[in-house]
Design a protein. Structure first.
Length: 123
């Protein structure tokens, strides 16, 4: 099954790393771990879990769009939060422009140590 590796337009390019892998045949799209970076590689909303989760979902949306998919096509999303606490779970994903981010109903979340990236709260 051939696999195409790509990065979406308007998204940070990381050397030797691709944000998207598209396998042909039975079509499966695998999106690599996303963090709250803007298209220039700058951390968005340092120290703010809700702001970073929103940016991560924006980045996932760009990746899905580049692969010809939407959040409605997503089977599973797993995300990890640094220093996650139960009260953080009430993250409101309402975008400032009023558009709604629609994550997959199959969502896994967990806590992780994030070393080397000061201010990064989630992946």
């Amino acid at each position: 099954m051939p696999v195409s590796l790509m990065n979406p337009d308007g998204h940070v390019v990381v050397p030797l790393y691709h944000h998207i892998a598209v396998a042909t045949g039975s079509r499966h799209v695998y999106i690599a771990g996303q963090v709250a970076w803007d298209e220039h590689g700058n951390l968005v909303a340092p120290g703010d879990l809700a702001g970073q989760v929103l940016q991560v979902y924006r980045n996932i949306g760009k990746a899905l769009d580049a692969a010809g998919a939407t959040f409605h096509d997503v089977v599973r999303i797993t995300w990890y939060a640094a220093g996650w606490k139960r009260d953080h779970y009430h993250v409101d994903l309402e975008d400032a422009e009023g558009s709604r981010v629609e994550p997959s109903p199959c969502l896994g979340a967990g806590q992780a140590q994030v070393e080397g990236y000061h201010g990064r709260c989630c992946r």
